[in-house]
Design a binder for this molecule. Structure first.
Ligand code: BES
Ligand code: ZN
Ligand code: ZN
Length: 502
């Protein structure tokens, strides 16, 4: 991964393959965005581009300019940051991604970035996210590496009086981008590689690197805990299930706020006996994207040493078909004693989450957030633009909305109501796992989950629309997994404050 450092100093003397200059929309002169000295070396080229109207600074517009050979920098990549309709940080992420790709395409190995607008801390974070995520590729399954030259090092150049802010911003940006890259890697890996045991291995690796506490439960331990819902899904699993629990600041749980993050870890969803179609199965290697988001966030919050007790819970299983598989009309019992009549074996995610949400209670959480590729219904409603959020607490919902806007992994509120619960009334058991009416599926699934939530502050994020490329932007790959959720959860954990004692 590209290394990013900071430097306070003069731009003219910056030795680099490509000097990236962030240019705002509508600028009249290079001076107005701090590039006057560079423009002088370029013999006034930037000024001429601006005057001619060839370069307006609109979002993601790029121009590559060449200074005389005597200059310290070999090229200038001028990139527009656009204006108002999208938040500034997001425009910077996209501009950094566009400029990074452009510089890499012309063979640059080293880039320098300048022209970061205020507030420097937030825009430095955004530059790091945009650069790293824009240059992300998934090629670990190719037998030969692509013979493209890659940017190895980026230096962000800023003035000495804001270097402390830039440092703080860079630290956060690197952690966020690494979290998303990890989530993308895991979701992109094929289901014969990224098994429940593999997710557990990654959790153990992160724990070792970062000093997190980790526990991995196997089938026998899940049986002892009577996790009948998770175990029903795992009955036909060829690769055995795992129940992964990671904790950051576990030893300080008494004094700190406790936040629990739960991620659906279905490493492949065939639908089980309620079999998906041939085409419906494609993409289902990414049905562990909630788990990937939680793993990414746990890595980031520990890297950033966030002053909270954060617990990550990942129920992981395949959903396959064989003679041992659970059937429609089976009745199973979850770990809180509630009975569930199976209607669709394809509504398996909520079964995994049920036992995980019950388990979350033992941490006496101040807030619990689960995230899952749960229903086609959420994807149909919101596409790849927003995830659906359901919450029992308005402040928690607002906190997720705010964090989502900040990192631009947005969530939109959707309703919970007793009327939706009626759709899963069962004649035989306490509830059914799905409705036979194909309406409001995301809300119905949430009412199912609520049966396993025994604490006041809980939210559920349905990311079935956002886990893939459909929201593609300059730093979200047009093909493959988006890594959605890792930055959302990390930012949420950073921002959340519990009203302790209120
Ligand atoms: N993993 C799927 C949901 C999904 C579908 C995620 C498409 C991403 C893209 C989930 O397990 C599922 O199959 N849900 C069913 C539930 C239904 C049977 C009640 C769905 O949404 O159709
Ligand atoms: Zn399913
Ligand atoms: Zn699923």
């Amino acid at each position: 991964m590209i290394e990013i450092t900071l430097r306070a100093g003069s731009l003219e003397a910056t030795e680099t393959d490509a000097l990236v200059v962030l240019a705002p929309s509508g600028a009249q002169s290079a001076d107005s965005f701090g590039a006057g000295a560079i423009d002088a070396i370029l013999g006034g080229l930037i000024g001429r581009l601006l005057n001619a109207g060839d370069f307006t600074g609109k979002a993601e517009q790029v121009a590559v300019l060449y200074p005389p050979e005597s200059a310290a920098f070999k090229r200038v990549v001028l990139v527009g940051t656009g204006n108002g309709d999208v938040p500034l940080a997001e425009r910077i992420r996209r501009a950094a991604a566009v400029a990074g790709k452009c510089a890499q395409d012309v063979g640059a190995k080293h880039v320098a970035i300048c022209g970061l607008p205020d507030p420097v801390e937030a825009t430095t974070t955004a530059v790091a996210e945009g650069l790293i995520l824009g240059l992300y590729t998934f090629d670990s399954m190719k037998s030969k590496a692509a013979d493209q030259s890659k940017i190895e090092h980026a230096v962000i150049v800023c003035s000495g009086d804001v270097i402390a802010e830039a440092e703080a911003g860079l630290r956060v940006g690197m952690a966020l981008a690494r979290a998303t890259s990890l989530a993308r890697d895991l979701a992109n890996l094929p289901p014969n590689v990224c098994t429940p045991a593999y997710l557990a291995e990654i959790a153990v690796r992160i724990a070792g690197e970062r000093g997190l506490q980790v526990e991995v439960l196997e089938r026998g331990q899940m049986q002892a805990l009577q996790m009948g819902a998770l175990l029903a899904v795992a009955q036909a699993a060829h690769n055995p299930p795992r129940f992964i629990v990671l904790q950051h600041n576990a030893h300080r749980s008494a004094e700190l706020d406790t936040l629990v993050l739960v991620g659906k870890g279905v490493t492949f969803d065939t639908g089980g006996y309620s079999l998906k179609t041939r085409d419906g199965m494609i993409g289902m290697k990414g049905d562990m994207s909630g788990a990937a988001a939680v793993l990414g966030a746990m890595q980031a919050v520990s890297e950033l040493q966030v002053e909270k007790h954060v617990v990550g819970i990942i129920p992981a299983s395949e959903n396959l078909v064989d003679a041992a598989a659970y059937r429609p009309q089976d009745v199973i019992t979850a770990s809180n004693g509630k009975t569930i009549e199976i209607i669709s074996t394809d509504a398996e995610g909520r079964l995994l989450l049920a036992d995980a949400l019950v388990y979350a209670k033992r941490f006496a959480p101040d807030a619990v957030v689960d995230i899952a590729t749960l229903t086609g219904s959420a994807a149909a409603a919101l596409g790849g633009v927003y995830s659906a959020v359901f919450a029992t607490d308005a402040e928690l919902r607002r906190a997720l909305e705010h964090a989502g806007e900040t990192v631009f992994e947005r969530v939109w509120p959707m309703p919970m109501a007793p009327e939706y619960r009626k759709q899963i009334d069962s004649d035989t058991a306490d509830m059914r796992n799905s409705s036979t009416i194909p309406k409001a599926g995301a809300s119905v699934a949430t009412m199912f989950l609520a049966e396993f939530v025994d604490y006041p502050v809980w939210a559920h994020v349905d990311m079935a629309g956002t886990f893939v490329d459909s929201g593609a932007s300059a730093y979200i790959p047009a093909k493959g997994m988006s890594g959605y959720g890792a930055r959302l959860l990390t930012q949420f954990v950073i921002e959340w404050t519990t009203r302790k004692g209120v």
